[in-house]
Design a protein around this ligand. Structure first.
Ligand code: DOR
Ligand code: ZN
Length: 433
C-alpha cells in the first residue's frame, strides 16, 4: 500500500450524518484500495498519517473558477490557481471561458490544455466553453469531438470581465438545444445588459458601496426568470451561477418543478452583505454585487432547503493595483478558492448550515450534475481525491498566506473555526499541518 490514512471520520454525502464512520483508508497509487473500520487493519504502507478523527470528504469540486493564464497570466496562472485550489481543498476545478483568448474555438481550448500541462500541477482541470452570438459554428465543431474535459457552455448576458455579451435570445435557445443534444449543462451569468444599461445611476456615489445600485438587482432577477423559462422550453440543464437575491431563490424554487435547474451560490453572497463595502471598497466589488441582509438570509435558507445545489467560489483574481483604481475603473471579482471550506465549516459551527450538507455542496452534487466519473464519492476502487478538514481549528483569514497571485480578500481578518488540513489528489497527499 502506498498510503494509509488512519482514524478518518468519513463524511461522504450520505444524508444521514450518523452514518459517518471512523475508518482507515488504504490508497495504492491513485486509487482507494480499501476502507475498513479504524484499527482493524494491520496492512503496512510506505506512508501513514494518523488523522485522529478529523473529517474526510470527497475532494472539493469547484464549478466556478477564473484561472486566467495565457493573456492574463499576470493575474493568475495554472500553477498558482492549482496550488490555491489544493490548499483550499479542491481537487477538481472548472475554468471559465472569459479568458484571453476566450475558450470559444478549438485552438483556444488546445492552448488552455497546454497551459494546464505546462503547469505540472495535480489539480483536475475541466473547461466551460464560451458561446457568443457569432461563434456557434465553432462551438458545434468543438463538441463534435466529444471532449471529455468539457463540462458545459457558459453564456454571459452582461459585461463583467473580459467577456463578450450574448444579446440575442435566439442564441441562448440555440446554445441550450446544442448543450442538451450533447448532454452538457449551460451556465449563465444572469445579469441582463439591456437592464444594466437602462439603470438610472446619475447622482449615485462613485464608490463600491453603491455597486448594488449601479448594477440593480432587477437585472439579475429578470435574467434568471428568462433563463428558467428558456431552460424549460429547450429541456437543457441550466446551471445558474452565483445566485444572489431572495427573488431568484423564489423563481428557482418554482422553476425546479418543471425544468432541469441547478443553482449555485458563492461564499461571498452567502455570508456577506453590501454593508461591508463601506469599509473594503473595491476589494468587495464583484458581479453580481453583494446584496442586502435579507438576501443573505434567503440564500442560507435556500441552501438548507436544498434549493441551492452547489457552492462555487467564483475565484476571480485581479491584481491589487487594478483593484486600487477608482471605483468605475476597478475590475470586479476577488479570489475565493482558499476560503470556501473554512467559511462553510465556520457556518456549520455557528449553526447556520448542517454538516451533512457539506459534501453535497462542495462535490457530490457537482459530480452528479456534470457527470464526473469517479469524483465526489469515497469508495473502494474510486480515485483517491479527498479533503481532510479540522472542524475545530481556529484561524484568521490572512491573504498574505494565499497561494493565488491575488493576495486580498473581502474575508481578510475574519476569524474562522474550521480549516482544510490536507488534500489528496489522485493519491498525492499534501499535509498542510
Ligand atoms: O465579479 C466578477 N468577476 N464576476 C464575473 O462574473 C466575472 C469575474 C471575472 O472574471 O473577473
Ligand atoms: Zn465568475
Amino acid at each position: 500500500m502506498t498510503l494509509i490514512l488512519r482514524n478518518a471520520h468519513l463524511l461522504s454525502g450520505d444524508a444521514n450524518p450518523d452514518r459517518a464512520a471512523d475508518v482507515d483508508i488504504g490508497i495504492r497509487d491513485s486509487r482507494i484500495e480499501i476502507i475498513c473500520a479504524a484499527g482493524s487493519t494491520s496492512i503496512a504502507a510506505d506512508r501513514e498519517a494518523d488523522l485522529n478523527g478529523l473529517l474526510v470528504l470527497p475532494g472539493g469540486i469547484d464549478p466556478h473558477v477564473h484561472v486566467r493564464d495565457l493573456g492574463q497570466a499576470y493575474k493568475e496562472d495554472w500553477s498558482t490557481a492549482g496550488a490555491a485550489a489544493l490548499r483550499g481543498g479542491f481537487t477538481t476545478i472548472f475554468d471559465m471561458p472569459n479568458t484571453i483568448p476566450p475558450t470559444e474555438n478549438q485552438v483556444a481550448l488546445e492552448q488552455k490544455r497546454e497551459a494546464v500541462r505546462a503547469a505540472h500541477g495535480n489539480v483536475d482541470a475541466r473547461f466551460w466553453l464560451g458561446a457568443t452570438d457569432h461563434t456557434l459554428i465553432d462551438l458545434e465543431a468543438m463538441l463534435q469531438r466529444r471532449p471529455a474535459d468539457v463540462v458545459g457552455i457558459k453564456l454571459f448576458l452582461a459585461g463583467t470581465s473580459s467577456n463578450e455579451v450574448v444579446h440575442d435570445p435566439e442564441t441562448v435557445r440555440a446554445v441550450m438545444r446544442c448543450a442538451a443534444r450533447h448532454g452538457l449543462a449551460v451556465a449563465v451569468h444572469e445579469e441582463l445588459q439591456a437592464c444594466l444599461d437602462a439603470a438610472e445611476t446619475t447622482g449615485l456615489p462613485d464608490h463600491a458601496s453603491a455597486h448594488g445600485q449601479h448594477r440593480p438587482r432587477e437585472c439579475t432577477v429578470e435574467g434568471t426568470r428568462l433563463m428558467c423559462r428558456l431552460a424549460a422550453e429547450t429541456g437543457c440543464t441550466l446551471y445558474l451561477v452565483h445566485v444572489s437575491t431572495e427573488e431568484e431563490v423564489a423563481i428557482i424554487r418554482e422553476a425546479k418543478a418543471h425544468a432541469r435547474i441547478v443553482a449555485e451560490v458563492t461564499p461571498h453572497h452567502l455570508f456577506l452583505d453590501e454593508e461591508i463595502l463601506h469599509r473594503i471598497g473595491n476589494v468587495g466589488k464583484v458581479n453580481p454585487p453583494l446584496r442586502e441582509p435579507r438576501d443573505v438570509r434567503a440564500l442560507q435558507q435556500a441552501v438548507r432547503d436544498g434549493v441551492i445545489d452547489t457552492v462555487g467560489s467564483d475565484h476571480a483574481p485581479h491584481t491589487l493595483d487594478e483593484k486600487a483604481r477608482p471605483y468605475h475603473a476597478a475590475p470586479s471579482g476577488f479570489p475565493g478558492l482558499e476560503t470556501t471550506f473554512g467559511l462553510l465549516l465556520n457556518a456549520v459551527n455557528r449553526g447556520v448550515l448542517p454538516l451533512h450538507l457539506l459534501p453535497r455542496l462542495t462535490s457530490t452534487r457537482a459530480a452528479d450534475v456534470f457527470g464526473l466519473v469517479d469524483r465526489g464519492r469515497i469508495a473502494e476502487g474510486a480515485r483517491a481525491d479527498l479533503v481532510v478538514l479540522d472542524p475545530a481549528h481556529k484561524w484568521t483569514v490572512d491573504p498574505v498566506l494565499f497561494r493565488t497571485k491575488a493576495r486580498y480578500s473581502p474575508f481578510a481578518g475574519m476569524q474562522l473555526t474550521g480549516a482544510v488540513v490536507a488534500t489528496l489528489t489522485a493519491g498525492v497527499f499534501v499535509d498542510y499541518r
